[in-house]
Design a protein around this ligand. Structure first.
Ligand code: T4K
Length: 360
């Protein structure tokens, strides 16, 4: 390839549409502090997702930190090791301890049956991740947390647009947190959001993202600066109009990969319900790490760069070492996310799939 092909590229609305919103900022001079565009984005995301409230924040990591803080959680939080480091960062930065449990070999999400065995008298919450947008077993997880009096925070960083049992995935758990980072299906450059069904909890998160101010700018709570700017909100408003189309195109490209790779019996795809997935990533599981290495090497020689999301499994890094979680270790060593984004030509997907054949 003349130009490098990376794992992803941002999906961006036409520049003129972004400019229309920017013009409003230039006219009003309001750039941040929960301005009109942010309020409009929160309303539009709520309508899009079918939820009552959206609390936009500066990024997905601080969304999880705010959720932990707003519920005053202190202690052990059970989570998955097959995720981006930010999941664990949000726990440790709130001075809690991540306790990793193993993942399901087919969905690669937290194995809900391993959660109970990890509960101690120090456990305060469970923080599962809908990895690559495949929903966790939200019903079983809720049963477990209810039985043990724990909270549940979902890391839904990958999962915009996903519905489970006809309801937005963001409506599950005490708080669901998502990311609107540039590399996500829906992006505001940097950004994220919290979704909380409990009105008091939602109000507390709102205060906490804005220094602990109430609506009269009285300092009434502990807080930080986790606000989303008007420029990010403007980008979000422009991008949101194209989200259905973006998801549809990604799905077509995902399915093209799937059909071209269908005869490779050494490759497995993530298990998910096709209607409950947003097709933002193209993860494939190789039968061996050697085959994965060989394929990555051959692709790099052609200027194509899939990514090892998420390697290594977090429980295997020196910060956290201590537990043996064989499924997570093995899956993390054998997965690569192939390039997937809206402008990726089908002919490049065909080339990539041929290379996987050559590597076999
Ligand atoms: N929880 C989970 C499960 C997550 O995956 C993440 C973030 C979070 C929580 C935290 O959310 P945030 O606090 O980030 O909102 C990227 C993203 O930085 C990160 O948001 C994301 N997950 C993670 C999975 O991917 P890297 O280290 O892969 O980024 P980078 O810069 O290598 O970008 C990957 C490719 O994307 C590049 O090869 C080229 C392309 N790219 C990237 C950027 C930044 C562009 O085309 N344009 C760009 O502006 O982390």
């Amino acid at each position: 390839m003349d130009k490098p092909i990376y794992v992803t590229q941002p999906s961006l609305a036409p520049l003129e549409e972004f400019n229309e919103y920017l013009q409003q900022i230039w006219t009003s001079g309001i750039m941040t502090h929960n301005g009109p565009l942010l309020q409009r984005l929160e309303k539009e995301v709520s309508e899009y997702e079918g939820v009552t409230d959206t609390i936009c924040v500066a990024n997905g990591t601080c969304a999880m930190q705010l959720a932990i803080r707003a519920m005053d959680l202190q202690g052990e939080i059970i989570t998955t090791p097959f995720t981006f480091i930010a999941t664990a960062n949000s726990i440790t930065w709130e001075r809690c301890k991540p306790v990793f449990v193993d993942v399901d070999p087919e969905t690669w999400n937290i194995d809900s049956e391993t959660i109970e065995a990890a509960i101690t008298d120090r456990t305060v919450a469970v923080l599962p991740v809908h990895v690559f947008s495949a929903p966790c077993d939200v019903v079983r997880i809720q049963e477990i947390v209810d039985q043990h009096g724990l909270k549940v925070i979902y890391d839904a960083a990958h999962a915009m647009c996903v519905k489970v049992n006809g309801k937005s995935i963001m409506s599950y758990g005490d708080v669901s947190c998502t990311s609107f980072h540039a590399t996500k299906l829906f992006n505001t450059c940097e950004g994220g959001a919290c979704f909380a069904g409990n009105l008091e909890l939602a109000a507390r998160i709102r205060r906490m993202r804005f220094f602990g101010f109430d609506e009269h700018k009285e300092i009434v709570d502990d807080g930080m600066n986790a606000k989303m700017t008007e420029v990010s909100a403007a980008l979000g408003l422009a991008n949101l109009k194209h989200l259905d189309e973006v998801r549809k195109h990604r799905r077509e490209k995902y399915e093209l990969y799937q059909s071209l790779l269908a005869d490779r019996d050494y490759i497995a795809f993530q298990k998910f319900d096709p209607e409950e997935y947003n097709y933002s990533y193209m993860p494939v599981l190789f039968d061996t790490e050697e085959r994965l290495f060989q394929t990555l090497g051959e692709m790099a020689a052609e200027n194509i760069y899939p990514r090892r999301y998420f390697y290594p499994s977090l429980h295997d890094i020196s910060l956290f070492e201590g537990t043996e979680l064989p499924v997570a270790t093995s899956v993390a060593a054998r997965i690569a996310c192939l390039p997937l984004y809206n402008d990726l030509p089908d002919s490049t997907i065909e080339t990539i799939c041929q290379m996987i054949k050559v590597g076999a």
